[in-house]
Design a binder for this molecule. Structure first.
Ligand code: NAP
Length: 509
């Protein structure tokens, strides 16, 4: 590779260390994992960034990757308070164009330098523009204005306040086709889709931080995530797209499980977290084959809180289980339509079926919320003898009536049952870790205890149960089971559950 010309699809790691020695160490580390390295000169607080360039220009210190030099003022997303004249002075003094592949110069500076007629090697200039509050409507006009300058590459980065803003970035990449190369991305959590898919849609590069905490902009994934989790180098415009819609989705383990499964089966696809506020416009603009504005190969979605009900009116078909549960957690794109399913029942029941004969067994379901509903449905299909234990009988009664179960107050639980299933958050990390919904001694004659909670993997309830000799089942089994069923619905393939289990299990402690 010639280092003065960039190949077309790159992950670029920005180096953002404030101290000279750390900066150089980070450059070395970035070189090992990145396709290109951005030297963020403005982050160096106690030194002259030109010293870095001088150091890297010495043959024995030369970096074998393309280098981009950036010296950004604070009001445009940089770290230094720089007056306009400081910026002009910096680039006037800069005499090492051969040491870098590109210099990133902001649009105001580019337009000024053009007027002054200074001898700038424009074939090495990225003209950049940032907006940290929104994604404006007129990006084509902006791109055209920037493309009229002599700069070789155009970079536009805007703040995504909603997932819909990503659409404008993808349209911009389309607009730039056949013109000057473009780097286009949306910042913030809602903009992640642009950072992952930009390369596959024709953008020149995407940025990935060296590690968590060294991001140069909000919403920037790590280089490892871009490379190994989302596999951005392998994606094309035809790659299958899957994802999860919800709010929040940042904590979801579904991207870990599904991307690991896609990778293990060498499937040309990626699974993304979509933080969605307005489910109606998301389905219209991104999902439904008849109305979507984005030309992408979306195949299916997981749906989580708070959209499990709200998606239903947009679906062309809803399966019986999802209708009974009253919630859709999986959407499959089929032909010109959208089909809705609920995989929680099969996900929860399959591991239970593997451990115990549920038919005729006495089962205590603790809690009467959403997951209890899926469990009660599965248990009633198997003719189990169910009692719902809840703190509020008024809430439990309708569920019991629907699935022909009994109700009892949680405090009255004394253990006369074969199976106990915890469908409350009692014992969950960040909620009430260490607590159990029932007394340890009440479990002595119970055969199996199933806790739907998966953080921690072993809850106080499961610890107590093991202690008195019960068999136990943790919530990871359901988490992986429902995801595996989603994977089967989308791809028609058996999911590699061992791979999915490994990636979530290593994250749960
Ligand atoms: P949900 O719809 O909010 O229902 C929670 C239930 O727990 C309600 O009946 C609630 O009673 C009861 N509850 C909450 N705090 C309680 C307390 N201190 N004492 C007694 N009862 C209490 O939640 P969900 O979706 O069913 O989820 C419940 C748990 O299952 C969560 O912790 C989640 O981690 C786990 N889960 C796991 C998976 C998996 O894949 N493994 C899937 C779904 C859920 P009130 O109505 O009286 O508040």
């Amino acid at each position: 590779m010639a280092f003065n010309t960039l190949p077309t699809t790159l992950i670029c790691v920005p180096v953002t260390e404030p101290l000279f020695d750390n900066f150089l160490r980070a450059v070395e580390d970035a070189t090992l994992v990145a396709d290109a390295v951005e030297l963020r000169g403005d982050y160096l607080t106690e030194d002259d960034p030109l010293r870095v360039i001088k150091f890297l220009s010495v043959p024995k210190n030369k970096i074998q990757k393309p280098l981009i030099l950036t010296y950004r003022p604070r009001e445009q997303g940089g770290q230094r308070d720089l007056k306009f004249n400081d910026r002009i002075g910096f680039w006037r003094r800069f005499g090492a164009w051969n040491a870098i592949t590109y210099a990133d110069l902001e649009l105001d500076l580019v337009e000024h330098l053009v007027k002054t007629g200074l001898p700038i090697p424009w074939e090495r200039v990225i003209c950049s523009w940032h907006n940290f509050s929104e994604t404006p409507d007129d990006l084509f006009e902006l791109y055209d204005r920037m493309a009229r300058t002599p700069a070789a590459v155009i970079k536009i980065a805007t703040q995504a306040n909603r997932i819909g803003d990503c659409l404008r970035i993808f349209e911009l990449i389309e607009h730039a086709k056949g013109k000057k190369p473009v780097i286009a991305l949306a910042m913030g959590l809602s903009g992640l889709t642009t950072r992952v898919l930009a390369l596959s849609r024709g953008a020149m590069l995407t940025f990935g931080s060296l590690k968590r905490g060294s991001e140069s902009a909000s919403g920037q994934p790590t280089v490892t995530e871009l490379r190994d989790l989302y596999r951005v180098h392998q994606l094309s415009r035809d790659s299958e797209i899957f994802g999860i819609i919800g709010k929040p989705v940042g904590h979801s383990r579904s991207p870990l499980m599904h991307n690991a499964a896609l990778k293990a089966l060498n499937r040309d696809g990626v699974y993304l977290p979509f933080e969605v506020d307005d489910v109606d416009s998301f389905v219209r603009d991104f999902v439904h084959p008849k109305t979507k504005k984005l030309d992408w190969n979306l195949r299916g979605l997981s749906v989580t809180i708070p959209h499990k009900l709200a998606v239903i009116p947009h679906l062309d078909y809803v399966d019986e289980t999802a209708k009974t549960i009253g919630a859709v957690n999986t959407i499959v794109v089929k032909g010109e339509g959208l089909h809705g399913y609920n995989t929680d029942v099969i996900g929860a029941m399959k591991p239970l079926d593997e451990m115990v004969e549920v038919k005729g067994a006495r089962v205590a379901v603790i809690g009467a919320g959403g997951s209890a509903r899926a469990i009660c449905h599965g248990l009633s299909q198997r003719d189990a003898d169910v009692t719902i234990y809840a703190r509020d009988l008024k809430k439990a009664q309708p569920l019991a009536d629907e699935f022909k179960a009994r109700t009892a107050l949680l405090d009255s639980f004394e253990g006369e049952t074969d199976v106990v299933i915890n469908c409350t958050p009692i014992g969950m990390r960040g909620h009430s870790e260490g607590q159990s919904p029932v007394k340890a001694e009440s479990l002595e004659s119970v055969s199996l205890v199933y806790d739907l909670i998966y953080t921690p993997e072993e809850t106080a309830l499961l610890r107590d149960a093991k202690h008195v000799g019960c068999r136990t089942l943790g919530g990871l089994a359901m988490l992986v089971g429902q995801a595996a069923e989603q994977f089967r619905l989308w791809t028609g393939l058996e999911a590699p559950m061992d791979v999915m289990w490994r990636v979530v299990s290593s994250k749960s402690e």
